[in-house]
Design a protein around this ligand. Sequence first.
Ligand SMILES: Cc1cc2nc3c(=O)[nH]c(=O)nc-3n(C[C@H](O)[C@H](O)[C@H](O)COP(=O)(O)OP(=O)(O)OC[C@H]3O[C@@H](n4cnc5c(N)ncnc54)[C@H](O)[C@@H]3O)c2cc1C
Length: 743
Amino acid sequence: MNQSIKPGDNPDLTDERLSGTFDTNAMAAVIYGSDKLAQRRREISEAVSRIPELKDSKPYPFMTREEKILEGSRKSAVLNRLLPGLIDLESFEETVFIHQEVIGIEGYPLALHESLFIPPIATQGTDEQQEKWLMRAQRREIIGCYAQTELGHGSNLRALETTATFDISTREFILNSPTITSLKWWPGALGKSANWSIVIANLIIKEHNYGPHPFMVQLRDEKSHEPLPGITVGDIGPKMAFNGADNGFLGFKNYRIPRENMLMRHSKVTSDGSYIKPPHAKIGYSSMVKVRSRMAAEQGLFLAHALTIAVRYSAVRRQGFLKDKSREVKVLDYQTQLHRLFPSIARAYAFIFCGFETIRLYDQLLIDVQNGNTSGMADLHALTSGLKSVVTYQTGEGIEQARMACGGHGYSMASYISEIYGVAIGGCTYEGENMVMLLQLARYLVKSIEMIQNGKSRELGPMVAYLAEKESEIDLNLGPNEYLKVFEYAARNQTWRATEKFQKLRNSGMSNEKAWNQASVELTRASRLHTRLYIMSTFINHVGSIVDQKVKGVLIDLLNVHVTYEVMDIGIYVQGLLSSNQMDLIRNQLYVSLETIRPNAVSLVDSFQISDMQLRSQVICAFLAAWDDFQTKHCIMVQRTRFKTYILQQISFNKIKFEESYELRYLAILVAVSLRVPYVNDLCMDPRKFKTRQMLYHFVLGRRDGNVYENLFKWAKSSPLNQTDVLPSVTQYLKPMMDKSKL
Ligand SMILES: Cc1cc2nc3c(=O)[nH]c(=O)nc-3n(C[C@H](O)[C@H](O)[C@H](O)COP(=O)(O)OP(=O)(O)OC[C@H]3O[C@@H](n4cnc5c(N)ncnc54)[C@H](O)[C@@H]3O)c2cc1C
């Protein structure tokens, strides 16, 4: 049963939903890991939709950067006030979800506060430090960011130039940015919003450099919000996407902070200037590991956003003919369209499952570390490096395919896909540049091969044990686990090949670094295959554990799309293993799987339960927001439900014409007059005064109701360019030019 069916929907989309064979709420429970969380998402979505203050005040594409930042800040402040009544404040998932629902994906000034400022305090701060800052941060008494990257240095942490020199006489650290390239550059929220930051700087004690360490640094005065003396800070300007966030720059000149401001749960500096090492070299990376663990699920959801739009639209878009010449077919019926979209649906599911599994592994690791066992750190660090890299790259690919699958309308901002793409692919760079991450995983893989070569196969971690195994017989008719063996073969072969290349170069007398560089493309290929193997095996295990038989049946079909597509995609690496007959078998199996999943396509994307608000395709809420705004301004209280009913009636009786360029406030006044609201007649001014622009329509292509064309037309009409017929660009330049050119 597909719970999305509603009266007034596009009949093509309703047909698709009726052909679904499973309960979309049950599938949502599988996607989000529990029935409770899926249910909570729906409840939060519903609650948010009833709060006008949380609506967009106008469509994001028509906002300037300053307006986006203002809007994100406004909503953050409203949310901070309303959150206790809307979500369980202890739940990270609910917190993330409500922010995404309300603010969307374009970034906002507090985004980094939750994900990169609070977690390091919680994991790297001592109990006293947590006491001092954690509650303040959680209450949002202070706003924080995370400043690591510098203008001249990002991937190579060891080259960071910012210094924190310990002054034994005052027991303070003195922060300095010695060069232009040492300016911190890129941290989100740093530019204008944050007043505190975690700053990564080289710890210097008695002229000895102990390398990068985290420090809690106050940047701005808590009363005036002015930068404190010794601090230079500002915004780095517009970006490809994420323009709702104020990424910034930061420099220090002899800026002093107390010794207690170094986060000292792991490494410590005593008051006499002695340095105490952490128990594990990579322990400081645990917050990075956490963020990367979450990235797979987060990116899977970005892909899910784009696919929801593309699949729904493909089910209502008709173009050309197949058998029946009396009516054009849905583009979703073309095999090329299925091939373009369905493997990505499978990946989105796989990424989300993988993301939640990796978060579980991280939570376990945290317990182990707290009990003094850091042995799993290297494994998880390597795994999350590869996962982050493969998932962000393939998400970008999938979103771009989704855009192209929507033809011309996919290129319009009305689809929202370009924004999703811009935001998602930022993930290829932040939290560790992808290629650099793959090389980090490669080091781990090479070490694993060296252990096998040295007869220590038994000591390998469970995720790399397959590297020591021999090939086994493969019978593709036996299902997904056999495809997994194909992937194991490819990953094992490539890892051995790349390692041996590196070793051969090194043994020929080349330096370690040069040999590594010359083998690096092959090494990154090994890392990708290893990671894709992990993704596939997690997908298979997850499907195996599902109880609801209808949901499980559909996910087995989706898994078949996944395994066949992925093996076809790595054909070059399995040439020695599979015959051309076996490759043909896989290819044909893929086409069969695409057809099998076809009736469930819309239900599969509906199951992500991404609301029209997240897809930015709502209309009526803009009226409601205007109405509340109007009520507040003029102290008029009329029930919102009454107003809503009235507006809906007016629309259905065609009395309010969207085509007319009324500004929302004017519409609100019209309604107020009609409802005989006291005092309104006095306020009812000349309508022309309000005839500025119409801002009713948000992103429309992926709407739940599938009513795309009428809303695309309304979207176009709402463009500020259409609020006047003759633009100044014409009167000032084009018209005089044409006039001058007349003979
Ligand atoms: C949207 C966004 C938000 C961000 N937010 C933050 C934030 O909040 N806080 C913060 O501190 N930073 C932030 N950053 C910065 C980000 O973490 C860095 O940009 C990232 O780590 C990459 O570093 P880089 O820019 O120096 O790239 P570079 O390292 O200069 O990479 C350039 C190229 O060199 C290659 N390369 C580099 N080293 C190697 C190597 N060893 N071997 C092979 N190839 C190599 C890379 O693969 C890449 O192709 C953000 C960045 C973005 C885009």
